[in-house]
Design a protein around this ligand. Structure first.
Ligand code: NAP
Length: 282
């Protein structure tokens, strides 16, 4: 068993649950950030039964509420001196516009603001990781919807003109992906690696939901199980042939470029300013 601790968000089902099982199987201890107590407890018991030496801790947090994120990281920081990796897996896809408590589009709040805040708040713990050349690292969960969207629209993140997978969802995942690349740069002197990974299409609640495009719902039985996406998202930790540089975007295991129109200096600066103003700059 290793002495490494990995934080995983959104481990109550789908890809996040599979990430947790795969990491436990490979000897990693887990700190799970979930909303649902019963599902968290049931996963913990399952892991403890299959892998009794693995430590599993979970913290209940609604990732759409920044205050809860801050309080949770504070609690974790009191218990743990360091963490070795953060996997920002939790994500949402809605058909209609849904607003967070602070009045922002929920895609932006959960898919971008939460991972950004977690990265910044966990940075001190990540910097104390003593776990060798692969670590510390952060994985942010991108999506292939970013390749089917027009360019990133920073001014529409908080209040999109249209909702759905190819609009506000794709825009949020584009924002997450360009933010990850910039953060990889900013964190390089601290030794923290940052990757954006698209897990490909997987058979989960998200792809079965009414916000998924009709062709995805029709062909969902042909999609692989979420263990496939989990293997992509954990590749920086588990795949001995993983050699991508920090800042890379990988889609279904292959290195890809962020669509050029979305990755301009001006857009990234505007996005980073927005994120700072909304969170740590308050
Ligand atoms: N499935 C695919 O084909 C696919 C493709 C590309 C990218 N992705 C990305 O992969 C990630 C996982 O997707 P999935 O298919 O496994 O989705 P899923 O089955 O819907 O699971 C989403 C997870 O996120 C959690 N979550 C959502 N909102 C939350 C909040 N406010 N606070 C705390 N947790 C929250 C959910 O918790 P609850 O149980 O409490 O709702 C659940 O654990 C997402 O980022 C998604 O965008 C998926």
């Amino acid at each position: 068993m290793s002495n490494k601790f990995i934080v995983v968000t959104g481990a109550t089902g789908g890809i996040g649950e599979e990430i947790s099982l795969l990491l436990a199987k490979n000897g990693y201890n887990l700190i799970l950030l979930n909303r649902d107590k019963a599902k968290s407890e049931s996963l913990k018991q399952k892991i403890k039964q299959e892998y009794p030496t693995i430590e599993v801790d979970y913290f209940l947090v609604d990732l759409s509420i920044p205050k809860q994120i801050e309080e949770t990281v504070e609690k974790i920081s009191k218990t743990y001196k360091s963490i070795d990796a953060l996997i920002n897996n939790a994500g949402v896809l809605f058909k209609e516009k849904i607003l967070s408590e602070s009045g922002n589009d929920m895609h932006f709040q959960v898919n971008v603001v939460a991972p950004y805040l977690l990265m910044e708040l966990f940075k001190p713990l990540l910097m104390r990781s003593q776990a060798g050349s692969k670590f510390p690292l952060i994985v942010n969960t991108s999506s292939n919807a970013i390749f089917m969207s027009s360019a990133l629209k920073v001014d529409e993140l908080k209040n999109p003109k249209k909702s759905g997978i190819f609009h506000s969802y794709a825009n949020s995942k584009l924002a997450l992906t360009v933010m990850s690349k910039r953060m990889a740069n900013l964190y390089s002197s601290d030794g923290i690696k940052v990757f954006s990974i698209d897990p490909g299409g997987n058979r989960t609640d998200m792809t079965a939901g009414e916000a998924a495009p009709f062709f995805v719902r029709w062909f969902k039985m042909f999609l692989p199980p979420p263990s496939k996406g989990a293997s992509y998202l954990t590749a920086p930790l588990l795949d001995k042939d993983f050699h991508a540089s920090s800042g890379a975007l990988l889609s279904s295991g292959k290195i890809k470029s962020i669509p050029k129109k979305s990755d301009t200096e001006e857009k990234v600066n505007d996005l980073m300013k927005l994120l700072k103003d909304m969170t740590l700059g308050k």
